[in-house]
Design a protein around this ligand. Structure first.
Ligand SMILES: NC(=O)c1ccc[n+]([C@@H]2O[C@H](COP(=O)([O-])OP(=O)(O)OC[C@H]3O[C@@H](n4cnc5c(N)ncnc54)[C@H](OP(=O)(O)O)[C@@H]3O)[C@@H](O)[C@H]2O)c1
Length: 223
């Protein structure tokens, strides 16, 4: 039975990934800052206090999981805050730093903290966004979010190279435009459909495709 670690598991896409992995009978360690009723009902082992932007919290999680082999790490936690050109003041810069800490550094810190518990055949998924694609940026704006997701895309490719000799594959995954709290309920698909696609992509991922930038529907995305 595969053992999964999922961040951002309290709601949205992360919660749905947890549910679907549990439906498949897999073991799930669901990481969150605070749990939710839905997560508590999922049957996952819930680890609270896991702020992915907090190095000490990530290190403490690694200690709690010490000795456990991890087969899949799902980096899902993320934040989005709006910024508009002409209004990039001190508050906006702080919000941009937060997005960089959570969206870009979070997956890197989590992967580094847990990689020694992964054997050959293990996989790392990074839920990024096509808003981090430079080639796909046709509308501008969203400075902090776009910059943080472009940064994590780069981290994902470096991780794919650095973890190659360990036999650990890395996928950089756009979930689609998904109706969650982050999008205030707007979107083209529900979290269920997104999670189903993300599980399929992680199943499909191999050492040959490590470092790929995939839409949850299987399309390859441009950098
Ligand atoms: N929805 C979309 O259309 C869409 C599109 C592209 C990419 N994405 C990406 O998909 C991922 C999931 O988004 P979502 O739509 O499911 O959003 P969501 O409903 O807002 O959920 C975000 C999750 O991230 C957690 N989180 C936020 N800051 C955290 C931190 N510092 N440490 C640990 N956990 C933290 C939240 O936990 P709390 O309850 O503690 O806040 C929550 O569980 C994100 O990376 C997002 O950027 C979403």
């Amino acid at each position: 039975m595969k053992r999964n670690v999922v961040t951002g598991a309290s709601r949205g896409i992360g919660l749905e990934i947890v549910r679907q992995l549990r439906q498949r009978g897999e073991e799930v360690i669901a990481c969150c800052r605070r749990s939710s009723d839905e997560l508590d009902a999922s049957g996952a082992r819930v680890e609270t206090g896991v702020d992915v932007a907090d190095r000490a919290a990530v290190a403490e999680l690694a200690q709690r999981l010490d000795g456990l082999q991890i087969d899949r790490l799902w980096n899902v936690a993320g934040v989005m805050r709006p910024q508009t050109l002409g209004a990039i003041d001190a508050d906006a810069i702080e919000a941009m730093r937060l997005q960089f800490d959570v969206n870009a550094l979070g997956p890197l810190l989590m992967t580094q903290a847990l990689m020694d518990q992964m054997r050959a055949g293990a996989k790392v998924g990074i839920v990024t966004s096509r808003m981090g694609s430079i080639a796909d940026n046709t509308s501008g704006g969203s400075y902090g979010y776009r910059m943080s997701k472009a940064a994590v895309n780069m981290a994902g490719v470096s991780l794919a190279h650095d973890l190659y000799d360990r036999g650990i594959a890395v996928a950089i995954l756009h979930p689609g435009y998904v109706r969650t709290e982050m999008t205030q309920g707007r979107g083209l698909i529900d979290a269920e459909e997104s999670a189903t696609g993300l599980l399929a992509r992680m199943d499909e991922l191999s050492m040959e495709t490590s470092g790929v930038f995939w839409h949850s529907n299987g399309d390859r995305l441009p950098w």
